[in-house]
Design a protein around this ligand. Structure first.
Ligand SMILES: Cc1cc2nc3c(=O)[nH]c(=O)nc-3n(C[C@H](O)[C@H](O)[C@H](O)COP(=O)(O)OP(=O)(O)OC[C@H]3O[C@@H](n4cnc5c(N)ncnc54)[C@H](O)[C@@H]3O)c2cc1C
Length: 562
């Protein structure tokens, strides 16, 4: 009978334990969890704060009693593993309730300690009304504070996924929310043009964004923060602060035991999740994974990888073998005030930063056939490698159906597919579900057209420079649309009039075409190309993308109301 000990009992740890049990009925399996809960739903915490998830019990997916009865797994809550003796194959565990310590022997040890929120160093962070959101205990503390104090204004530091989910939930509770973010955009993994759409939506919903701002200090009185100080001298009055500036993998146990740590600071594992000591496995947020596109080690702290890690680590611990853990594309999605925002693979900026040659296209389409009522727009940005056409990444902002398209793009990335593969996928269609040419197909078609030389796109941020360099700007929308707002200096020749009116175009100046979202601009470009013009470009994402770019670069953060 072998002994399997597990450090950490949430996503990766609990999955490992139950998988090990299913594969080995006789093993002695023990989970040590330093917190007060096992196998809880971290991802649900923001919704518990907001009251959408009413019962705290629904967050507790398992209890020690259930794990014992169903799986014969021992769970020791409030037990912290404090060191590993690799020679003796044993761990030292501290019972946090009575401070007693004891050694436990293992045949296989699985480290699943997760990640810890980064606690910044500016003044005031240890005040009574400053919170993190990582554990049930964190959410209990925050919810209690919100329930019992008069909270009118909240400040969230960090506009990542968790910070923004929390922002929505605080607004849902009737609280006025400010979000301060160090980088000039929300959701830093996204490209700025896609993030700008999200920022606009948040502003419309009443969230005050302070982008490109590092909090300098939290001014506190009697142990309570009352104001957040920004470097430009501005202050934000606040009744509560939520810190959400990122996490770091928990590796102290592994480091102290001399296990290898990778270049990103996570525990290094092979594809069977074995550490540099094969008797010790590691899984979840604490480990480095291999990125599906770059092939480089990265930290991708998400629930999907953590759960799948756990399953493999449990199998390897129980049987000595298990499936190889694949690469990770970082596929993620967030819902914000009815808007769905999703990403996978590399953004355009991440590809460039990694030194990978990249191109992108942007398309806006309804999520299902236009003739069927209720279709909502989604904008897809598809990033691919010119030449090989390999799909590198996707980002989508829209309403219903964003989840399905991001998963399709992620699947193509997983199989190292190309834009042609994406274009030819056989996807389900009926009028209320999609389109015979699905939005994901359209993105791939546009990329294919660009690669085949049928069209050349420019990005919104390039427009002003092109105008300065002498391009004629032609708006090919209907005159009604043109008169309700257009790019300064543009002439209006609608798509339908273009053939007849082509004489109005100067033969000496290259042409920048645009429409609302890019589709009619493409048709116009093909007409002009057919008429002999090879100096035509189309604005990707059309006027919508340009206007968002202008608004977000003109006044990085909206005016404050203090
Ligand atoms: C608020 C929030 C929302 C999220 N939303 C999403 C989402 O929508 N989608 C998504 O994909 N991901 C989401 N995540 C991320 C996801 O929850 C994590 O990726 C996942 O929980 C990681 O699992 P893990 O088992 O590696 O670590 P954890 O879940 O952090 O569990 C590790 C456990 O180990 C324990 N531990 C650490 N050290 C020791 C020790 N020495 N001894 C004993 N115990 C120890 C810790 O107390 C902890 O309970 C969210 C996370 C949070 C916090």
């Amino acid at each position: 009978m072998q002994r399997i000990l597990i450090v950490g009992g949430v996503a990766a740890g609990a999955s490992a334990a139950t998988r090990a049990r299913r594969l080995d009925e006789h093993a002695e399996i023990t989970i040590f969890e330093r917190g007060g809960f096992v196998s809880f739903a971290n991802c649900g915490l923001p919704y518990y704060i907001g009251g959408i998830i009413e019962s705290r019990e629904s967050l507790l997916l398992q209890t020690p009693e259930k794990l014992k009865r169903r799986f014969n797994i021992d769970v020791r809550l409030r037990h912290e593993v404090i060191s590993i003796d690799r020679e003796g194959k044993r761990i030292l565990v501290k019972n946090l309730q009575d401070e007693g310590e004891g050694w436990y022997k293992y045949d296989r040890l699985i480290l699943a300690p997760g990640a810890a929120p980064i606690h910044p160093t500016f003044g005031g962070v240890d005040s009574d009304n400053v919170f993190h959101l990582r554990t049930i205990e964190d959410s209990d503390a925050l919810r209690l504070f919100l329930d019992e104090s008069r909270v009118c204004r909240a400040t969230i530091v960090g506009a990542g996924f968790i910070g923004l989910e929390a922002a929505e939930m605080l607004v849902h509770r009737g609280i006025s929310v400010d979000v301060v973010e160090l980088t000039p955009q929300v959701l830093p993994p996204l490209d700025p043009d896609m993030a700008a759409m999200v920022a606009e939506h948040l502003s419309e919903k009443g969230v005050s964004l302070h982008l490109g701002q590092a909090v300098e200090n939290l001014a506190a009185r009697n142990g309570r923060v009352f104001s957040v100080e920004l470097p430009d001298g501005r202050t934000i009055k606040t009744d509560v602060v939520l810190l959400s500036i990122g996490i770091r993998p928990i590796t102290d146990l592994a480091r102290n035991a001399g296990l290898a740590v990778g270049p990103r600071g996570g525990i290094r594992v092979n594809e069977r999740l074995e550490t540099s000591d094969p008797a010790i496995l590691a899984a979840g947020d604490a480990v480095e994974v291999i990125h599906a596109v770059t092939g480089q080690p990265v930290l991708i702290p998400l629930a999907g990888p953590a759960n799948k890690h756990g399953r493999i680590a449990g199998a390897v611990a129980a049987t000595g073998s298990g499936p190889a853990y694949p690469t990770v594309a970082g596929t993620a999605i967030i819902g914000l005030f009815g808007l769905s925002v999703a990403t996978c693979g590399l953004s355009y900026k991440a590809a460039k930063a990694a030194g990978i040659e990249a191109e992108s296209v942007m398309v806006t389409r309804r999520h299902h056939a236009g003739y069927y009522p209720g279709g909502e727009h989604m904008t897809i940005k598809l990033v691919y490698q010119p030449g090989t056409r390999r799909v590198l990444g996707g980002q989508i902002v829209g309403g219903p159906g964003v989840d399905r398209r991001i998963d399709v793009i992620s699947t193509v990335i997983h199989f190292e597919g190309t834009t042609d593969d994406l274009a030819s996928l056989d996807l389900a269609y009926a009028p209320q579900f999609g389109a015979a040419k699905d939005p994901a197909h359209i993105a791939a078609f546009v990329a294919g057209n660009q690669e085949n030389g049928l069209i050349r796109h420019v990005r919104a941020e390039e427009v002003d420079q092109l105008i300065r360099s002498g391009y004629s700007v032609v708006d090919v929308r209907h005159p009604d649309e043109f008169f309700s707002g257009a790019i300064a200096g543009a002439v209006n020749i609608s798509l339908e009039e273009l053939r007849a009116e082509q004489h109005r175009l100067s033969p000496d100046r290259p042409i920048l075409l645009y429409c609302e979202v890019g589709q009619r601009g493409y048709y116009a470009a093909r007409i002009l190309h057919g008429l002999g013009r090879d100096d035509v470009v189309n604005l990707a994402g059309g006027l919508v993308a340009y206007e968002i770019h202008k608004r977000t670069t003109a006044g990085a953060s909206p005016p404050e109301h203090h």
